[in-house]
Write a protein that binds this ligand. Structure first.
Ligand code: HAM
Length: 404
């Protein structure tokens, strides 16, 4: 039997309603914050991700679904959504126009990671990207929006926040960090030893216990920020404080994508095991320029839909729509007519097979229909339909003409 690939899942009943509820809730809130929907291709040139997410990142280095297409182009399935949105922003010349642009998206992302609980190879993100606004008010507003989304879904979280500096302060910091890392090199894991030359900042958030111990005395980015970055980060923190938004400063939070500058944040949940990040994002003021656009400040985030599916509280589901069935095959024509008329204004389930009344009622109940309407032999003769309200349990027989 052909099975879905490892780390890839079907989303179907009963989880599908959670999946849709999360997307609808997040989309509704993003629209309220002035974001508009954007859809970008699943497949992009591999270079796009190499230049944005970064060649030294695990995502690009190890996890891409990359192949040569029939035209000989090096392409890959998107491992994340930001790069494609930035490409679309530049390709559509919005960078040249100036102003602020805010986009939201949702869809599948692909990373060839080792599958485990909370870690899939095909997973779905809901994300937002905001272009053109330099001030930290935008970072703050984005955090507020994510908070609104999780609050609306009834999900608890902790906000972790850090600053990753800018091209002015990072090179000096990187040098200091590399010197320190060479001092403690022997005690670091193999990955971290390699990262000293490829991506030293990533060493800071290594999860290996021995590395964590070794890193206790490592210089921290927040202690090495330039004046502007320090002031901006201070402003963001005081905004969070004055709006009573609890946060944790995490000076070792660096994120797994290389494009961040200044603000970096993650929302984590203590209820879902090791893969605890339910959303992540930050500012990426250099990326538009890196991808050959006009320098444009930007900030964004994405949340992992599968990771929050089991956490989201669903609204009480209410019975809805009409179930139409027959106990007499000759009644099908009438049922088709009723169904078409009723579908102009409500949800209708049709069952064409002859069944007992009991079986019809059971099916209507399983579909959470509000009304169960059946035409049997008697009703066919009298031009009537038998209707039961599954909420109030009221039953009646009425003329078909009156019912539609
Ligand atoms: P990210 O932290 O790589 O950021 O992913 C965002 C979220 O996607 C994570 O917090 C997690 O919930 C979910 N996620 C990531 N990998 C997996 C996986 N293998 N299985 C299930 N869920 C996963 C980004 O992708 C950035 N593009 C976010 C961003 C947007 N930054 C700026 N704008």
């Amino acid at each position: 039997m052909i099975q879905a690939l490892r780390g890839m899942k079907d989303i179907m009943s009963p989880d599908n309603s959670r999946f849709v509820h999360i997307i609808e809730t997040a989309s509704r809130i993003a629209k309220r914050y002035g974001y508009e929907y954007i859809e970008t291709p699943l497949l992009e040139e591999t270079t796009l991700f190499k230049r944005s997410v970064g060649e030294s990142s695990d995502i690009v280095g190890k996890e891409m679904y990359q192949f040569i297409d029939k035209g000989g182009h090096d392409v890959c399935l998107r491992p994340e959504g930001t790069a494609g949105v930035v490409r679309a922003f530049i390709q559509n010349k919005l960078d040249k126009r100036g102003g602020t642009y805010r986009f939201f998206y949702h869809g599948p992302m692909f990373r060839y990671e080792r599958p485990q609980k909370g870690r899939l190879r095909e997973f779905h993100q809901f994300g937002c990207e905001s272009f053109g606004e330099e001030s930290v008010y935008e970072d703050f507003t984005m955090i507020l929006m994510i908070k609104d989304i999780f609050d609306a879904l009834g999900i608890g979280y902790t906000i972790k926040i850090n600053s990753l500096g800018c091209p002015e302060c990072m090179p000096g910091y990187r040098e200091r960090l590399v010197t320190h890392l060479h001092d403690i090199e022997d005690g670091l894991c193999e990955d971290c030893q390699r990262r000293i030359s490829t991506n030293p900042i990533r060493v800071l958030d290594c999860k290996v216990e021995s590395c964590r111990t070794q890193l206790q005395k490592a210089p921290l980015i927040v202690d090495n920020l330039c004046e502007t970055c320090d002031a901006e980060f201070g402003r963001l923190i005081s905004l969070l404080k004055s709006h009573d938004i609890p946060y944790e400063l995490d000076p070792k939070l660096v994120r797994g994508l290389d494009y961040y500058t200044r603000t970096a944040f993650e929302f984590v949940s203590s209820e879902i095991g090791a893969q605890s990040a339910i959303a992540g994002g930050g500012r990426y003021n250099r990326l538009v320029e890196f991808l050959d656009g006009k320098p444009t400040p930007a900030v964004g985030f994405a949340l992992g839909i599968e990771r929050i599916m089991e956490l989201a509280k669903m609204p009480k589901s209410e019975r809805e729509g009409l179930y139409l069935g027959v106990m007499e095959p000759d009644a099908i024509e009438t049922v088709l007519k009723i169904a078409h008329k009723k579908r102009q204004s409500e949800k209708v389930y049709t069952e064409y097979r002859k069944k007992s009344l009991k079986a019809h009622l059971k099916a209507a109940d399983r579909m959470q229909a509000r009304l169960c309407a059946i035409i049997g032999e008697d009703e066919l003769k009298t031009g009537e339909i038998w209707v039961k309200d599954l909420e109030s349990k009221e039953e009646r027989r009425i003329a078909v003409n009156e019912f539609v």
